[in-house]
Write a protein that binds this ligand. Structure first.
Ligand code: ADE
Length: 250
């Protein structure tokens, strides 16, 4: 998978060299390239921003450097890129809320390009223009405002890259976690390790009882209970066809 990130703060993306994402690059599973938007300015001050038409607070990113930077990337596709080009991911508080489902979709793509906005965002014509040429997804991390897209790119990249085959050694761990489609998107059940008793708190007896069926039932029940109390919105999306009578009783 190839990831291109365009930003005015390349240093912000340094953590992409660490941990799982760094290792995936060393293994050749991933090729991350960070590009400085200011390389595509042509004035002495390397200007990337200007005041908004119609007035208002703050500055917007000008379209021309973005057009140049993105055109340069599109003109040089990596080997294995799809005919329709990359998905352009634009982190923005007005985007679709990022989800595990979106992470799964993006993990199936061979090429992602991230455009990190700063200030009050990017001139709206940039997204409008690239929508006519490639697939564009404006993605929000949640209902709050960040100073720019870089932190969102770190979060999205981490969620996506761990789903790329080979990146996580034990693929089963991907299906046994919160929001996994295999568990109907439910929150994960509570989990315990040794010792069996700690500060007067005991691990539920069923987990040490050796009855695999009973363990699975307990985990499903706890996942349903947790989801009902913490994320009723997630529970409401649960497909009744995926539930058994025991589920419905919980
Ligand atoms: N940029 C600014 N706020 C953001 C958010 N909530 N999600 C993604 N990118 C952003």
């Amino acid at each position: 998978m190839r990831l291109d990130v365009v930003t005015i703060f390349a240093d912000y993306l340094a953590p992409l060299q660490l941990s799982l994402i760094g290792k995936a690059q060393q293994q050749g599973l991933l090729d991350v390239r960070v590009h400085d938007l200011r390389e595509h300015t042509h004035d002495r001050h390397r200007t990337v921003d200007d005041t908004p038409y119609g007035g208002g607070a703050g500055l917007l990113m000008k379209p021309e450097p973005w057009g140049e930077a993105l055109d340069a990337l599109l003109a040089d596709p990596p080997a294995g890129a799809r005919e329709e080009g990359p998905v352009l991911v634009v982190p923005s508080p007005v985007g679709e809320v990022f989800s595990q489902r979106a992470a799964v979709e993006l993990a199936a793509e061979p090429w992602l390009v991230f455009a990190c906005g700063r200030y009050e965002g990017i001139d709206a014509r940039v997204v409008e223009h690239y929508r006519t040429r490639i697939r564009v997804r404006e993605v929000s991390l949640g209902d709050y405002v960040l100073n720019g897209g870089e932190v969102a790119v770190l979060a999205i990249t981490e969620a996506v890259v761990r789903l790329v085959p080979g990146v996580i050694g034990n693929a089963a761990s991907l299906t046994e976690e919160s929001h996994a489609p295999e568990h109907d998107g439910l929150l994960e059940h509570p989990a315990y390790t040794k010792p069996a008793s700690w500060r007067g708190l005991d691990v539920p007896a069923v987990l040490a009882g050796g009855n695999h069926g009973a363990v699975e039932r307990w985990r499903r029940d706890e996942a349903l209970r947790r989801t009902a109390s913490r994320r009723p919105d997630v529970l409401r999306r649960l497909d009744p066809a995926r539930c058994d009578r025991h589920d419905l009783a919980v």
